[in-house]
Design a protein around this ligand. Structure first.
Ligand code: IPE
Ligand code: IPE
Ligand code: MG
Length: 232
């Protein structure tokens, strides 16, 4: 059981990959894969609460995902909007804080206002912080951070100043990054923040992820020896 685990990562970040393949394998349209993916998000949030994980970040839409069909992109936005509106009371009841990283400007107004609304209502909760990476790219995050420092009149960047200007300024660095679907790449996720993250690449598609899978991942995390460049 998870309560027997010695090392619970403070922050896990998940690249939720394989929704499309999960659907195709079943002869279904890709958007039904994304819909099933939302269920896996719900299960994962409950499992994080149960296991005492304080931060969980979900990569939901990358700066490169605009390359997909308008139908697929619009479908993902509708699912996100419905998910956030539907979970209104659930987030409040479970004392889950909702946040996001990535530039929200290009998103439809209904999605933006649902997000802003939930962020405001849940801003004082610290039981678990859920962050959705939306129109997020690690390179874009770094470039926007540097530009904001230049705009503020800075002439020299330090790691502290840069960290404090990234979208993730309110989050600790991820301890554990999970990417489902068997792909072993980071696809422009938290590039700066993953300097000392541990990685885990289970083969299953994201819609099949649940509490049991998270527990399995946490058991893998127990065996990792983090040295941060030092010696044990
Ligand atoms: C991940 O699943 C979800 C998003 C990128 C929004 P995919 O849609 O990438 O699924 P595959 O990789 O095509 O199977
Ligand atoms: C990464 O998945 C982005 C998200 C999970 C939101 P992709 O499916 O977009 O990544 P690539 O294209 O396989 O690298
Ligand atoms: Mg994919």
């Amino acid at each position: 059981m998870a309560n027997k685990l010695k090392k619970i990562p403070n922050h896990i970040a998940i690249i939720m990959d394989g929704n499309g393949r999960w659907a195709t394998k079943r002869g279904l349209p890709r958007n039904l894969g994304h819909k099933a993916g939302v269920k896996a998000v719900e299960k994962t949030i409950d499992a994080c609460l149960k296991f005492g994980i304080k931060y969980c970040t979900f990569f939901a839409f990358s700066t490169e995902n605009w390359k997909r069909s308008k139908e697929e992109v619009d479908g993902i936005f509708a699912l996100l909007r419905d998910y956030i509106s539907k979970n209104d009371n659930i987030f409040l009841k479970k004392k889950v804080r909702l946040s996001s990283i990535g530039l929200l400007d290009p998103f439809p107004d209904d999605l933006k206002s649902a997000l802003e609304n939930m962020k405001r209502k849940t801003q004082d909760f610290d039981n678990l912080t859920i962050t959705f990476a939306l129109n997020y790219g690690g390179r874009d995050d770094i470039v926007r951070a540097v530009n904001s420092l230049i705009k503020a009149g800075e002439t020299e960047v330090t790691e502290e100043k840069l960290s404090a200007s990234l979208d993730t300024k309110m989050l600790p660095d991820p301890d554990f990054i999970i990417r489902t679907s068997g792909e072993k790449r980071v696809s422009n996720f938290l590039l700066y923040q993953m300097a000392y993250s541990e990685f885990y690449f289970p083969k299953l598609y994201w819609p099949d992820f649940d509490e049991k899978q998270l527990l399995k991942a946490l058991k893998v995390f127990q065996k990792r020896k983090r040295r941060y460049g030092g010696l044990n």
